[in-house]
Design a binder for this molecule. Structure first.
Ligand code: NAP
Length: 299
């Protein structure tokens, strides 16, 4: 029995763990299989105040260390079942009950749902340039997407690969200007705009990508050794379905107090309905959720 169980070990979960432990709560953080959440696979973070330019995994490890030093218990276990009303979480290893629950399970990269994507996952199809880019050194690769992640992935790959094709279904990118300004100076990134990616090609490994110029151009094939998908993220709320109303995007509604519609349950980080999803806003949510959980237990 804990005072607070935190589902998620990214910036929101670590900050919640730090604040909860410092508030004297018996605190358990269940990190899931990916230490540090999305931060754990970020090549560099340059916008976390006071941290300078840091490697994502390094910053994530420091966040966990601080929470552990404050007294939070961490277990590298993935929640398999969550009962919000009972405030109970089951993993493959055990079942945990708690006075309060902070749901900080984050978001995961979205798939395109096109032929070849699933079959060639790990055989040329990747969602993480920082993790897998080195496999494609000196080769040609494609990145699909048009947001900050897509541009950031293309820039990372441009430092390793011979040529990077960035395929986006619109005319303009929706990435931060600071990033798009670097696209041209990279010198080896080709931006293919208004194209629909239709299939990833290859039998045992990726050999290319098939796309169509919108609205009704002919299908074309582009040879490449790797395809990096950066089509946004989906919230990790599958475990909550049927227990609480989610918003249209599947995110967990809670205002800036992080209180959800279920008493004693709080939502923190990228999984929460909110306007801005950044490392700093996730960490801020974690702090708020922990202090709200402490207040709930007092009341
Ligand atoms: P995002 O902003 O939601 O962009 C997703 C992109 O994928 C959009 O361009 C979207 O196209 C495209 N897309 C979605 N589904 C697709 C499909 N089926 N086929 C083809 N394209 C598809 O997601 P994000 O880039 O991952 O960014 C998420 C958040 O993290 C943002 O707030 C961003 O600012 C932040 N971020 C910041 C940095 C940084 O360096 N500061 C780096 C990465 C991410 P449409 O435009 O047509 O919808």
């Amino acid at each position: 029995m804990y005072d607070v169980v935190i589902v998620g070990g990214g910036p929101a979960g670590c900050a919640a763990g730090l604040y909860a432990a410092r508030a004297g709560l018996r605190t358990l953080v269940l990190t899931g299989g990916e230490p540090g959440g999305q931060l754990g696979i970020a090549e560099t973070v340059e916008n976390y105040p006071g941290a300078g330019a840091r490697g994502g995994p390094e910053l994530a490890a420091d966040m966990r260390r601080d929470a552990e030093q404050a007294g939070a218990e961490f277990r590298n276990e993935r929640a398999a079942e969550v009962c919000l009303r009972e405030r109970q979480v089951k993993t493959g290893q055990g079942a945990y009950r708690s006075g309060t629950l902070i749901y900080a399970a984050g978001a995961s990269p979205r798939a395109l749902g096109i032929p070849g994507e699933e079959a060639l996952r790990g055989r040329g199809v990747s969602w993480c340039a920082a993790c897998d880019g080195a496999f494609f050194k000196g080769k040609d690769v494609a990145v699909v997407g048009g947001g900050s992640s897509a541009v950031s992935e293309a820039l990372t790959l441009s430092r390793l690969c011979r040529r990077v094709y960035l395929l986006h279904r619109r005319d303009t990118l929706r990435a931060e200007r600071r990033l798009t300004e670097q696209l041209e100076s990279a010198g080896n990134i080709t931006f293919l705009r208004n194209v629909q990616t239709e299939a990833i090609l290859g039998a045992k490994a990726v050999t290319g990508i098939a796309y169509r110029e919108l609205p009704e151009g002919p299908q074309r094939e582009l040879p490449c050794a790797g395809v990096f998908i950066a089509a946004g993220r989906k919230p990790n709320t599958e475990l909550l379905r049927g227990q609480i109303a989610l918003d249209a995007g599947g995110y967990l509604p809670a205002d800036e107090t992080t209180r959800t519609a279920v008493s004693g349950v709080f939502a923190a980080g990228d999984v929460r309905t909110k306007a801005v999803r950044q490392v700093v806003t996730a960490a801020a949510d974690g702090a708020v959720a922990a202090l709200m959980a402490a207040r709930f237990l007092e009341e």
